[in-house]
Design a protein around this ligand. Structure first.
Ligand code: AMP
Ligand code: GLY
Length: 428
């Protein structure tokens, strides 16, 4: 086993999107990284790491793979394997892993659980009620009125939230959820007060005891220019988020993050990994919208662009319980990522169209095209998903980073794709 300091390490990253491409790109810049494997990976990731086609939902398979390949450190990208207990299985097998236990992953996997924790520590969040019965849920909505937010309690791949403008759509959402639209995730429904304000995300590494903020970001969830049209997984992101001033960030740490982490430790389920704190900020006061127990996608891409190779040291410190000795070396910089998606996304879209021009684009510490959904056919890159490329750049200002990113977008020859032309507008 490498001890993470003098020797080099073999590293396994789990996941297949732009988030994992960005993680692999940053980790690889660290001289401690020897062999780098990503499972399952994608066609872009294959350009800088070995890809392994194993089932990342199966803890036993991943543990055996790690042992057979002398893997010293596993970094888990997505939430589903974490909620299913993958990190627990790896720890039982003696494999060093970045990512929370299934018990701690409840902070993302159950919205009712997160509310319970916030109630216990007095962390500011939306007023709410929870239901396992449609009739009672509807009665509550009729009493509360609109706008109101209806959420499936469990993991629903980012789709289990309905922000209802009127009571009718809230009632319909309740019916859908109890009818199984999100499977078991909708067996319990959480109804929340609609919070107004500006949304931003805050990312904090946790080692079970210590916490270390690693950056802020904002994303654009709507598919259309000016933040209009249907919701998506995210059409672009930038870091830092101007609304998360030092003062607001200080409140988030003292009122939300530290109390939550202390409560998790007190319950015997300490959180180790990255806490993605989704916030609503109004008049300088932050309230929690949600926790995720992983990096955001595409927020990770802008964070990795800014942190670079030091991220491996930070993730190791979190996994080895020594975050109190770690620090982030900040450059006074900005990063932005523009998502290129297949035409039709987030509705129906075609797969398999050819993407050209990527080979002529710069790949350096200021410019990177991360692949979110690509495959390779006859030596050509093809689109294999809805969100396909994350065109990412860094600069001394957001304006400079944005100009770089859109110059690269212009160099991508992909008639079947599109992107928003206004990523970052709110901050500019
Ligand atoms: P989530 O899938 O939990 O990220 O929620 C999706 C989006 O719904 C969030 O990013 C917010 O824009 C919105 N949202 C969730 N909960 C609330 C709330 N209580 N008040 C206002 N907006 C919310
Ligand atoms: N971009 C939002 C998320 O990763 O959940």
């Amino acid at each position: 086993m490498a001890n993470g300091r003098e020797t080099t390490m073999n590293i396994l990253i789990l996941g297949s999107g732009g988030r994992e491409h960005a993680l692999a790109w940053a980790v690889k810049q660290n001289p401690k990284c020897d062999r780098l494997i990503v499972a399952p990976g994608n066609a872009g990731i294959a350009g800088l790491a070995e890809c392994a086609g194993i089932d990342v939902m199966d803890g036993g398979i991943v543990a055996t793979f790690a042992q057979e390949n002398a893997v010293d450190f596993v970094i888990v990208g997505p939430e589903a394997p974490l909620a299913a207990g993958l990190a627990d299985r790896l720890r039982e097998a003696g494999v060093l892993v970045f990512g929370p236990s299934a018990a701690a992953a409840q902070l993302e996997a159950s919205k009712a659980f997160t509310h319970e924790i916030c109630d216990a520590v007095g962390a500011p969040a939306a007023g709410y009620a929870r239901f396992t019965d449609a009739g009672l849920a509807k009665e509550y909505v009729r009493r509360q009125g609109s706008p109101i937010v209806v959420k499936a309690d469990g993991l629903a791949a980012g789709k289990g939230v309905v922000v209802a403008e009127d009571v009718g759509s809230a009632l319909a959402a309740i019916d859908d959820m109890f009818a199984g639209a999100f499977g078991a995730a909708g067996a319990e429904v959480v109804i929340e007060e609609f919070m107004e304000g500006e949304e931003a995300s805050f990312f904090v590494l946790c080692d079970g005891k210590n916490v270390l903020p690693i950056g802020t970001a904002q994303d654009h969830k709507r598919v259309g220019e000016g933040d209009t049209g249907p919701n998506t997984g995210g059409m672009g992101a930038y870091s830092p988020a101007p609304v998360l001033t030092d003062e607001v960030a200080g409140q988030v740490m003292s009122q939300i993050v530290r109390p939550t982490m202390a409560e998790m430790a007190k319950r015997g389920t300490p959180f180790q990994g990255v806490l993605f704190v989704g916030l609503m900020i109004k008049d300088g006061q932050p309230r929690l919208v949600e926790y995720n127990v992983r990096l955001g996608d595409p927020e990770c891409q802008v964070l990795m662009m800014r942190l670079g190779g030091q991220v491996l040291d930070l993730l190791l410190a979190a996994s080895e319980g020594r975050l109190d000795q770690a620090r982030v070396n900040w450059a006074d910089d900005h990063a932005i990522s523009v998502v290129m998606a297949a035409k039709g996304y987030p509705g129906a879209y075609e797969k398999g169209s050819i993407i050209s021009g990527l080979e002529n684009l710069p790949e350096d510490s200021l410019n990177m095209v991360f692949h979110a959904g690509t495959a390779e056919a006859d030596g050509k890159k093809t689109a294999s998903g809805g969100r396909v490329l994350n065109v990412t750049a860094r600069g001394e200002s957001l304006r400079e980073a944005r100009a770089r990113a859109y110059q690269m977008v212009g160099g991508v020859d992909w008639p079947e794709g599109f992107s928003r032309s206004d990523i970052g507008w709110r901050a500019l």
